[in-house]
Design a protein around this ligand. Structure first.
Ligand code: NA7
Length: 560
């Protein structure tokens, strides 16, 4: 393979094929490719799918919708596209996000730098030189200086280990691997396992089509109506005209969404006032009830309970059968401590005559049979089983690649107990590797494009700095990553989230240790920390010049 950029001095000097190899062609991979090309680096993307889109390429289940509002679900790198793009609804539907990413790739001529239908099998770094060798499952091999992973936090789909799954005579689908051509469920008996965000989005849609829908629920969830609706012409115009400014504002919030918490404690106000506030936020729809809630919502159990009980009341109000309503009512965790789902008529769906709820906490699934699913209370005959059972989050997709260094250290082994990172961007022992929205960064606790953009900008800045200062190898120190990981832990422990079994704490994946994985300090605060690190000459990183000498940024001259 040859380099695609004539300005690529590094590639020529070190006989690498590219300055950077990026894995993944979703928001992260496409944005990174765009920015590295813009900065004059050569870069190539490997993508398992046969087209761009990442999460939005794979997740095609009926009802798939973005939980962030259209105002912030884009990349500011292509401002002209922002000025022309029209999402049609308040929350963009999956196919619209996918269309946006396709347009982003086409407009910026990115496809020629992407190998589709290509899975990266291994990535090995020569620890001294900082040069990476990337091998694909097809046997292709390329060398590069920088290895950037943009594999997504929610990409490694997880199938539960239920005995007998192979004996089922009907069809089985995971929501994250839904057939692109769609599935006709007319007249069929369908079972759905899982009531997280995906289950809660897919259930109302499947109920409209299937003859009978059986929902197998392990944990009842606090779902909030999104109140999705078409955008008005004024709103569309506003996003086109002010999209960049709106996105800029979102960068400095807690979650990367245009929502700000209410000052003070829920317990400081009268119940009537509190209820009025909650009702208003509930009617508004979306994350406002939580992210725009009183600021002690996720740190004070009593405060949290006021919102939780408000949502429980709404469930009882909507669901006609009191027994079904009780089963759907979450009581075992505080609201907002698991990823909050947004829905479009989820609880209402259980009023339909063709929908049945099975509480598998009290009557566990024992096996999948030829005919369907058998719980401790009996067998449900089905034609189709839909697994909405989630992902091996944040580390699962990285673990699928054999990432190791020339000293024999495997990333999967280093992270076996818990992912140790510096800023959620890098990890010691793996020089010149950058993880977009890695563990220890706000990532899944935020609007993803906000966090992705910030990482891309930071990585671009870092690579430009290295080029300008003759740095060939950059790696975080062990002290810096330990300190950061401890900080991530400390901040999390101040909240109720760190105590809850969820995919944030790795509790959904067998073998993962129970520890909070993302950074909950907020995207605004996190951005500041990352910028400070860069401003201080990449504090916490060790840098070496091409000759192997320590690259004191002050001492290393510019190569320009
Ligand atoms: P989630 O949020 O991890 O939800 C998975 C659901 O599947 C959840 O209700 C789980 O119950 C259930 N589950 C998982 N394993 C099993 C087994 N073995 N048996 C029964 N039920 C099971 O994944 P989603 O795809 O819904 O959402 C992931 C993210 O994608 C979402 O947050 C958005 O960011 C987009 P549990 O709660 O663990 O008891």
């Amino acid at each position: 393979m040859s380099t695609s950029s004539p300005s690529n001095k590094d590639a020529q000097a070190h006989e690498v094929d590219y300055d950077a190899v990026i894995v993944g062609a979703g928001f992260g991979g496409l944005g990174m490719l765009h920015q590295l090309k813009d900065a004059g680096f050569s870069a190539h993307v490997f993508e398992t799918g046969d087209n761009v889109g990442g999460t939005w390429y794979w997740n095609r289940y009926p009802g798939i919708c973005c939980d962030s509002e259209s105002t912030v679900y884009s990349l500011a790198f292509d401002k002209a596209l922002l000025a022309e793009w029209e999402y049609t609804s308040r929350y963009p539907r999956g196919h619209e996000v996918l269309a946006y990413l396709n347009r982003f790739a086409d407009r910026n001529d990115l496809r020629k730098d992407i190998s589709f239908s290509t899975r990266v099998a291994s990535a090995t770094v020569d620890t001294d030189a900082g040069i990476w060798t990337i091998k694909t499952t097809d046997g292709e091999e390329v060398r590069c200086r920088y290895f950037v992973t943009a594999v997504g936090c929610l990409s490694a789909a997880q199938m539960p280990d239920i005995p007998g799954a192979h004996s089922f005579k009907g069809k089985q689908y995971h929501t994250a691997r839904w057939p692109h051509e769609g599935v006709d469920l007319t007249g069929l008996r369908v079972g759905v396992i899982g009531t997280g965000s995906s289950g809660i989005q897919v259930v109302p849609e499947l109920a409209k089509e299937a003859e009978r829908l059986v929902v197998f629920q392990r944990t009842a969830n606090y779902s909030i109506p999104s109140r999705n609706r078409p955008l008005t012409a004024e709103e569309i115009e506003n996003i086109k005209t002010n999209g960049v400014a709106l996105k800029e504002e979102a960068k400095h919030t807690q979650t990367g969404n245009l929502v700000w918490p209410r000052e003070g404690s829920a317990l400081d106000v009268e119940e009537s006032e509190r209820r009025a506030v909650y009702q208003e936020d509930w009617d508004h729809g979306g994350f406002k009830l939580l992210f725009g809630g009183y600021e002690d919502l996720v740190v004070n159990e009593d405060s949290n309970e006021t919102v939780a009980e408000f949502v429980r009341e709404r469930i009882r109000e909507v669901v006609e059968d009191p027994e079904v309503a009780e089963k759907l009512t979450p009581r075992d965790h505080a609201i907002g401590t698991k990823r909050p789902p947004l829905d479009q008529g989820y609880f209402e769906t259980f009023n339909r005559p063709n929908v049945e709820l099975v509480d598998i906490r009290s009557a566990p699934i024992e096996e999948i049979t030829e005919k369907g699913i058998r719980t401790s209370e009996g067998e449900y005959e089905l034609d189709v089983i839909v697994f909405a059972t989630g992902f091996d989050t944040m580390t699962g997709s990285l673990a699928k690649i054999d990432i190791h260094n020339s000293e024999g250290l495997r990333l999967a082994d280093k992270w076996a107990d818990h992912p140790i990172t510096y800023l959620g961007l890098s990890t010691a022992g793996f020089p010149n590797m950058f993880v977009i929205t890695g563990p220890g960064s706000p990532s899944v606790l935020s609007n993803m494009p906000t966090s992705i953009e910030q990482h891309i900008e930071w990585i671009r800045g870092c690579l430009e700095y290295a080029r300008d200062h003759g740095v060939a190898r950059i790696e975080p120190t062990r002290e810096a990553e330990e300190e950061w990981t401890e900080h991530v832990d400390e901040v999390a422990k101040e909240t109720l989230l760190a105590r809850t079994k969820s995919w944030y704490t790795g509790a959904n994946t067998p073998g993962k240790s129970f520890r909070f994985i993302p950074y909950i300090g907020g995207v605004g605060e996190y951005r500041k920390r990352c910028s400070e690190v860069a401003e201080k000459g990449y504090e916490g990183f060790e840098m070496q010049a091409g000759n192997g000498a320590n690259a004191d940024p002050a001492a290393v001259g510019s190569t320009e």
